[in-house]
Design a protein around this ligand. Structure first.
Ligand code: COA
Ligand code: MG
Length: 285
């Protein structure tokens, strides 16, 4: 469970240099938007993209969508300029790519006082040190898995079951949970393949991720649906709570629902499911 109770089912990347995409994001059903100054922006557009993005954020209109700005990493010529620009932007958090050591975040935190931070886990070192990174700074709120960069560094091939990626996904997720951070799964590159996307969203959800990073608006509905508690989930949670209340009143600590035991910890999970459903309904409303 993360400390932040905002839903992050759908986290849409968009190139900060793309004015049409910036305009469109104001009406898309994304729980969060990552305004990207890094991989999605060509080198000769990087500097101009800062101004385009600053102006779009200053104009506002993004509603309840969390506004996350992804800057270029510390080894690039754009880092200092991006940090200076991000300090003045109307955003909710700054996302640092290629975080491999706690120092990377601590340095950024010093440069951006009071700003919430997110980290991309997308290097071998970042995965292996994700537990240290997760505790690097009290303003760190979330991890985003950078599965394309990770695959490149590991040298693994894309597979529908993501078996080569599983250790990395689960290690980073475990670290995020240890520290109470949000954890968002990597992107699904074939953005016209709905069936493949749905399967990968379901896998990420079952692993425990809060949501999926997306690259195209056509991916939003599937991610939102898969990462929302279903009507059955909500109904079961309500029955578990009711059954537990009943046995508790009789002085017992274990209820049985649908042939399965329900203990206090299950009730906490059930309450979390209901809280998530309420948070999602509040977004829609
Ligand atoms: N966010 C918001 N709007 C987007 C979008 C995004 N990620 N991707 C596309 N759109 C918009 C387009 O601007 C277009 O808007 P319009 O109808 O007003 O013209 C509409 O959605 C349809 O776009 P479409 O023509 O289907 O896609 P495209 O060929 O223009 O773009 C990509 C395809 C993949 C290049 C584009 O989706 C993209 O740049 N995605 C983000 C990539 C990224 O951020 N990568 C870094 C992280 S991995
Ligand atoms: Mg990258």
């Amino acid at each position: 469970m993360s400390r932040d109770t905002h839903p992050y089912r759908s986290v849409l990347y968009l190139p900060a240099s793309n004015e049409r995409a910036l305009a469109k994001a104001r009406s898309l059903a994304a729980d969060a938007v990552i305004f990207d100054l890094e991989d999605a922006v060509a080198p000769d557009q990087k500097v101009a993209a800062r101004d385009t993005l600053s102006a779009a954020l200053a104009d506002g209109g993004f509603g309840a969508r969390r506004r996350i700005v992804r800057i270029n990493d510390a080894d690039t010529e754009w880092y200092a300029g991006d940090v200076a620009a991000a300090a003045t932007m109307a955003c909710d958090a700054v996302l640092l790519p290629k975080v491999s050591t706690p120092d990377h975040l601590q340095t950024l935190a010093d440069a951006l006082p009071g700003v919430a931070l997110w980290a991309m886990i997308e290097t071998a070192e970042g995965v292996l040190r994700s537990a240290e990174i997760a505790r690097a700074h009290p303003r760190l709120e979330g991890f985003v898995l950078g599965t394309n960069d990770l695959a490149k560094e590991i040298g693994c091939r894309p597979r529908a079951d993501r078996l080569p990626m599983m250790t990395a996904l689960q290690t980073a997720l475990m670290a995020a949970r240890m520290a109470g951070l949000v954890a968002v799964d990597g992107v699904y590159n074939a953005f016209r393949d709905e069936e493949g996307l749905r399967a990968e969203c379901e896998q990420g959800r079952d692993l425990g991720f809060d949501g999926k990073t997306l690259i195209h608006p056509a991916q939003l509905d599937i991610a939102n649906a898969v990462f929302s508690p279903s009507d059955e989930d909500v109904a079961l949670a309500e029955r578990q709570i009711a059954a537990f209340d009943e046995v508790s009143a009789a002085g017992k600590g274990v209820a049985v629902v649908d042939g399965r035991i329900v203990e206090n910890l299950h009730v906490e999970q059930a309450r979390a499911t209901l809280a998530k459903a309420r948070a999602i309904a509040a977004l829609a409303g």
